[in-house]
Design a protein around this ligand. Structure first.
Ligand SMILES: Nc1ncnc2c1ncn2[C@@H]1O[C@H](COP(=O)(O)OP(=O)(O)OP(=O)(O)O)[C@@H](O)[C@H]1O
Ligand SMILES: [Mg+2]
Length: 343
């Protein structure tokens, strides 16, 4: 379990003080993958560096299994850091060492016996499916294989937390999928708390249990992926499903509203549109609708048009039916999606 509390990071340079992390609070439980998303420059990598204390936070705390890393002296910190495994973008392997040597490096630094060392390396390479490649050098491996070596190395010292910053960026979709599948398996087998930083929303869908959106150093949204998906106010939810409401919005006019409806299909009666029609507006129009399975959740979306003199009745019915409804005016969901995704 990792608890990040009120984390602040400021850099001081010629032009003054820049606050890059502005009071970040996050908890990741064992067996949970938290994806952190956000635009370039939001502070995601800074967060990763502060969590394993490669950089000193300006204030706040980082507790791993109730041990506050920010309070430790450098020797204690070196020991405590073993509970955090880190996976870098493009694996960060040592090019002049073999796969087995790379995976065993953390043990070598600890002075483990040769036998213990060999056994652990063999076990890890077997787990990530690379036993046959033990004596290869990194440049003889594909990008996905290199990343598997990076994962094996991160696990060498049996951490309880994994930290991944853009670990799948630059990999093709299929390879990305195999890495996210591996991470989810490891999450379950080892009860890992995983902090997974990415700017790829497709990857988030495949890997995350919870999602936090970081913007200008603050967490502006945080929740279970299933809740965000059906929350029509959620920019992350909109980005994950990429509902394009532009065409439908042109159906709004002096007498009619256009609403964005989102719902968890398992919790909502399937004839909700008929109910709205009976209770609110017999002329209700269905402009667009979709049901998808996202990360195991069945989520439904619809864009509907209804008479605006019945707006309050519409709100009441939507609430009673357990739907999430957003009147589309001003903020375009699609535009908000682009704010999240557009890097
Ligand atoms: N050492 C530093 N000194 C001053 N400013 C820094 C330093 N490191 C990072 N920053 C600033 O902090 C902000 C956040 O950077 P960070 O690398 O954390 O963003 P990011 O969310 O990881 O972006 P990306 O998606 O592009 O990787 C940026 O504006 C950056 O210029
Ligand atoms: Mg970054």
């Amino acid at each position: 379990m990792i608890k990040i509390k009120n984390l602040v990071k400021e850099y001081t340079n010629g032009s003054g003080v820049t606050r890059v992390l502005d009071g970040v609070d996050l908890t990741i439980h064992p067996g949970e993958v938290l994806a952190v998303v956000g635009p370039s420059g939001a502070g995601k990598s800074t967060l990763a560096h502060c969590v394993n204390l490669l950089e000193r936070p300006t204030s706040g705390s980082v507790e791993v299994n109730s041990n506050d890393l920010t309070r430790l002296k450098s020797r204690e910190l070196r020991v405590a850091r073993r509970s955090i495994g880190t996976i870098f973008q493009s694996a960060g392997l040592q090019t002049r060492r073999t796969v087995a040597e790379n995976v065993g490096l953390p043990l070598r630094y600890l002075g483990a016996t040769d036998r213990a060392h060999r056994r652990r390396v063999a076990e890890l390479l077997d787990r990530v499916g690379l036993s046959e490649r033990a004596d290869f050098y990194p440049h003889q491996l594909s990008g996905g294989q290199q990343q598997r070596v990076g994962i094996a190395r991160a696990l060498t010292l049996r951490p309880s937390v994994l930290l991944a910053d853009e670990a799948t960026s630059g990999l093709d979709p299929e390879t990305t999928r195999s890495i996210t599948t591996l991470l989810r398996e490891l999450r379950d087998e080892l009860d890992l708390a995983i902090l997974f930083i990415t700017h790829e929303m497709d990857t988030v869908v495949n890997v995350a249990d919870t999602v936090a959106r970081l913007d200008h150093g603050r967490i502006v949204e945080h929740g279970q992926i299933g809740d965000l998906l059906v929350d029509s106010q959620s920019a992350v939810g909109a980005a994950l499903i990429a509902v394009d409401s532009r065409a439908a919005r042109s159906f709004a006019d002096a007498a009619n509203d256009v609403w964005h409806i989102a719902y968890g299909a398992e919790n909502v009666r399937s004839d909700w549109l008929a109910v709205l029609s009976a209770e609110v507006d017999p002329q209700i129009g269905l402009l667009q609708a979709d049901v998808r399975i996202v990360n195991g959740y069945v989520v439904g979306y619809a864009l509907v048009r209804a008479a605006n003199h019945r707006r309050e009745a519409f709100r009441d019915s939507v609430r009673r039916l357990g739907l999430n409804g957003t009147l589309l005016e001003g903020t375009d969901l699609r535009q908000r999606e682009l704010e999240v995704v557009g890097q």
